[in-house]
Write a protein that binds this ligand. Structure first.
Ligand SMILES: Cc1cc2nc3c(=O)[nH]c(=O)nc-3n(C[C@H](O)[C@H](O)[C@H](O)COP(=O)(O)O)c2cc1C
Length: 199
């Protein structure tokens, strides 16, 4: 069932939980466009310029980088997060971005947004221990993490060459994970159309 085939111009936003220049997670995100059907595209939003969350700054004129992040999320049909695991949890960089994007509470651009969660690590667990935290934080925002097998890329350094993921089996696995995200987007879209038709 290729529901996404009939949904044109799907825009995905990729967010890396690492702002390191040579980040493996960013390399994974950079490798996703060829795995998508022609109707879908992915852009990356780097978190380098997002300041630490401070409610004092979160008023009528939030920091420019935060406004750009929230607009990018609002305009995307779905998100792909790829994050390292730091001390068995999610890096502060990613949690901080989720915190900014989550306001106003329960009515933010994250509300209802389908999100594919991926983690990657040079270690053998693929960063999987961070995933529950990421999923929990997204649940608090009313986002919709894709329900599927975990995407946890172990020994990630061995699968990347020249800043791109090159391992065929990992690419195949990610292609299926992205199709699951696109399917969730299509399902939500058709549910929204149905309820608009009833209104
Ligand atoms: C503060 C810190 C904590 C880390 N904790 C873990 C960990 O708990 N599990 C793990 O697999 N790797 C851990 N690592 C290693 C990261 O997975 C590794 O640095 C990874 O390459 C970071 O992702 P990136 O390449 O996208 O920047 C840690 C690294 C740092 C800097």
């Amino acid at each position: 069932m290729a529901l996404h085939a009939s949904t044109p111009d799907i825009r995905l936003l990729g967010i890396s939980g690492s702002i390191r220049r040579e980040s493996h997670c960013t390399a994974v995100l950079r490798s996703l466009q060829p795995l998508l059907p022609g109707s879908a595209s992915i852009e990356l939003f780097p978190l380098d310029d997002i300041p630490l969350y401070n409610a004092d700054l979160d008023g009528d004129a939030p920091p420019t980088a935060v406004v750009r992040l929230k607009n990018a999320i609002a305009q995307a049909n779905g998100l792909v997060l790829c994050s390292p695991e730091y001390n068995y949890g999610m890096p502060g960089v990613l949690k901080n971005a989720i915190d900014w994007a989550s306001r106003p509470g329960f009515a933010s651009p994250l509300k209802g947004k389908p999100v594919l969660i991926a983690t990657a690590s040079p270690g053998t667990a693929g960063g999987v221990r961070a995933q529950a935290q990421i999923r929990d934080a997204l649940a608090a925002t009313l986002a919709r993490p894709v329900v599927r097998q975990h995407v946890a890329i172990a020994n990630v350094g061995t699968r990347i060459r020249d800043g791109r993921l090159v391992d065929p089996s990992t690419l195949d696995f990610l292609r299926v994970a992205l199709a699951d995200l696109l399917q969730d987007i299509a399902l939500l879209d058709s549910a929204a159309s149905r309820s608009a038709g009833q209104g």
